[in-house]
Design a binder for this molecule. Structure first.
Ligand code: MSP
Length: 659
């Protein structure tokens, strides 16, 4: 086993649904985790949700539900979104969990006992979006630069944490460890901020104003300030993992936080001073990336310009977005996200690049060699140049990853693929195929082309795990990428196995045309306009999160033929303790037989006789043990004790359409 790495994303606020900005950090950590595993390291990946604080309460109130119900919903939405887009985290921490609350209280008590927490009155400018007090110098035209709203003046008595006491030790640590905060720009920003005295950090909120939070262990009239609570997730969740293990000693020394620059101050100043006060060693590394911008602004829910990962996946494939992220963003700098730019990069690098190389070499191999891979041929200067290039790219790749210069790693892979494309153009295998005397040359070119695709797929594997697995399987390289095969072996020239027969060429990276691009951009614009109007105070035209799953278009809904049915007979089904057998009249020659899973609600099924119900009339009949089920009856409350069939008030007839 190599090194141990404990990678974290920020825990996201649940006042917004996941968007592409959050997805970037989460995908980045997913890629790093896969990269480390491929290198033989032990990598542990933690993400989660930040569920306390004022803005969560405001969001719940806006929807007229209790904070707990609200946070449960949106936290689930985060977890399921990550699962849907193939994020392989080890643990998902929620700040409302008992394991987290317990640690927060323990740390607060410890710091209080040390004398670093005191009671005082304070007045300041609070930004609810940032959930922190802003200093006058941070404001732009009197507004928070990130949320573009004026902070509110708050004056109240609270508990304070004496950050200033630990400033000297923090500066020393930053100076002695030049790579601790990366890239250097952010390290310098923090050092220059630390030149001023550190104001005490207000770490409580009176319950009279905010009840939603973790109670202070030493004063039950107050809850903990959300940042003091949230930052501790990085410790609480490894002290007690979801599986109940204590991995703190194994993981904490290897903790690598990944954040965007919006939360630099909280992670580079609040957090380390908190750790010093709590006598917990400092984390190992803080990596800070820039923003994904939509136009000139940071993509964010409050500015109404978000792109949702699920919808992106349906339109264009999430792995293609992962590629775009890594190709496009220079770590630490801002980058623009537009659909146009994505499509441009996709078409040139993936459709015309990797995809085209794979399909053109494959089709010549299939046409002329029955798809068989021949043994590694003798090479000439042209191949040697490519072999050297592939070796250099593979050797520098881990260096780029370690330095977080991901875009350079991708640039070099593109360079390798481009050089191979030129090589194919020059050697023209389609011409070689016509000349039986040049069979050996053809073998060499085919091998070289496919071997480069194989190596590029290994290199791109952490970024596009599913896509590259398909290519590798197709090429016959089924070796695992979990570190059990050393990196040098995976990337060494000659990995294609002689004798492997290529199957059907996987249809990879179809070009995205203008029409599709226009359609998706138009939908996105309409969505952004709706969200902006809503943020500006217009009545919500639609909820600003979609906890309910995949959206369908009106045309999809129109495919359902729903009819009014009248239950003529209802009986128990022997041997099926959940089912009732209903004979439902929907105006046809004979009633339909429908088996419905509603027995728990109707132990005496006769009560259903005569009831008007909704029948899905065009559902394909399903053969069951007891006979055919010829439709479906709609019911509400499944999974609860409120289960009952949907019915009507009004004079409807069997067979009337329901729409
Ligand atoms: N809850 C706090 C973090 C607490 S960590 C102890 C928070 N949450 S957040 O939901 O606002 O997430 C902020 C993070 O989301 C950023 O630091 C970044 O990782 C990610 N991003 C959100 N929008 C983004 C962009 N437009 N661009 C890049 N990253 C983005 O702050």
């Amino acid at each position: 086993m190599g090194r141990t790495v404990y990678l974290t994303t920020p825990i996201y606020y649940v006042n917004a649904e996941p968007h592409i900005g959050h997805s970037y950090t989460t995908i980045l950590v997913d890629v790093l985790t896969r990269y480390h595993k491929m290198m033989g390291d032990r990598a542990y990946f933690q993400t989660g949700t930040d569920e306390h604080g004022e803005k969560i309460v405001q969001a719940a109130q806006k929807r007229g539900i209790e904070p707990q119900e609200y946070v449960d919903r949106v936290s689930d939405l985060f977890a399921s979104t990550w699962q849907d887009i193939g994020i392989a985290y080890d643990d998902f921490v929620r700040t409302t969990e008992p394991r987290h609350k317990a640690l927060v209280q323990e740390v607060l008590q410890r710091v209080k006992d040390k004398g670093d927490i005191y009671f005082d009155e304070y007045a300041g400018l609070y930004c609810v979006g940032c959930e922190r007090y802003l200093t006058a110098t941070e404001l732009k035209d009197g507004k928070c630069p990130d949320h573009e709203v004026e902070p509110k003046e708050v004056k109240e008595a609270n508990y304070f944490f004496n950050m200033e006491k630990y400033k000297g030790r923090l500066i020393e640590h930053i100076e002695a460890n030049p790579g601790w905060i990366r890239p250097e720009r952010f390290r310098n920003e923090v050092l220059s901020f630390l030149k001023q005295p550190l104001e005490p950090l207000c770490i409580s909120r009176p319950k009279s104003r905010l009840e939603w939070g973790i109670e202070l262990p030493f004063d039950d009239a107050f809850v903990t300030y959300v940042w003091f609570d949230a930052l501790l997730n990085y410790v609480s969740a490894v002290k007690e993992t979801a599986k109940g293990e204590d991995l703190f000693d194994a993981l904490w020394p290897a903790c690598n936080h990944v954040i965007a620059k919006d939360i630099l101050k909280t992670h580079a100043i609040y957090w380390p001073t908190m750790l010093l006060a709590a006598d917990i060693p400092l984390f190992k590394q803080l990596d800070v990336h820039g923003y994904w911008l939509a136009g000139d602004s940071k993509m964010s829910k409050s500015l109404g310009n978000v792109v949702r990962p699920g919808s992106f996946d349906r339109h264009f494939g999430i792995e293609n977005l992962r590629y775009f992220f890594f190709r496009e963003m220079k770590f630490g700098r801002d980058s623009s996200f537009t659909y146009e730019l994505f499509v441009e990069r996709y078409n040139s690098d993936l459709a015309n690049g990797l995809g085209n190389l794979l399909s053109r070499v494959s089709s010549i191999c299939k046409k002329n060699r029955g798809g068989a891979i021949r043994p590694v041929p003798e090479v000439t200067g042209a191949e040697e140049a490519l072999i050297d290039k592939a070796a250099t790219v593979a050797q520098r790749y881990p260096e780029h990853f370690e330095q977080r210069d991901f875009h350079l790693a991708v640039e070099e892979i593109r360079g390798l693929l481009g050089a191979t494309d030129n090589y194919i153009n020059t050697t023209a295998p389609w011409k070689l195929a016509k000349d039986p005397d040049r069979a050996e040359e053809l073998d060499r070119v085919l091998y070289t082309g496919l071997e480069v695709v194989r190596i590029a797929s290994i290199l791109l594997h952490p970024i596009m795990p599913r896509t590259t697995r398909t290519i590798l399987d197709y090429l016959g390289d089924e070796r695992p990428t979990d570190g059990s095969v050393p990196w040098d072996q995976l990337t060494a020239w000659g990995g294609l196995t002689a004798g492997h027969i290529l199957g059907d060429v996987p249809r990879m990276f179809p070009r995205i045309d203008e029409k599709k691009l226009e359609q998706v951009s138009a939908e996105a614009e309409a969505e952004a306009a709706r969200a902006t109007a809503e943020a500006a105070g217009a009545a919500p035209v639609r909820g600003d999160f979609e906890p309910i799953g995949e959206e369908i278009a009106i045309e999809d809904f129109a495919k359902l033929d729903l009819r009014v049915g009248v239950v003529r007979e209802a009986s128990l089904v022997e041997g099926a303790d959940k089912l009732l057998r209903l004979m439902v009249d929907i105006g046809e020659e004979r009633p339909r037989q429908v088996f419905a899973g509603i027995r728990s609600a109707y132990p005496e099924p006769a009560v259903l006789e005569g009831r008007h119900v909704i029948v899905v009339a065009n559902l394909k009949p399903r053969k069951m043990k007891f006979g055919f089920s010829e439709g479906m009856v709609l019911a509400g409350g499944g999974g609860t004790d409120r289960l009952c069939t949907a019915t009507f008030k009004g004079d409807l007839r069997p067979g009337d359409k329901v729409s």
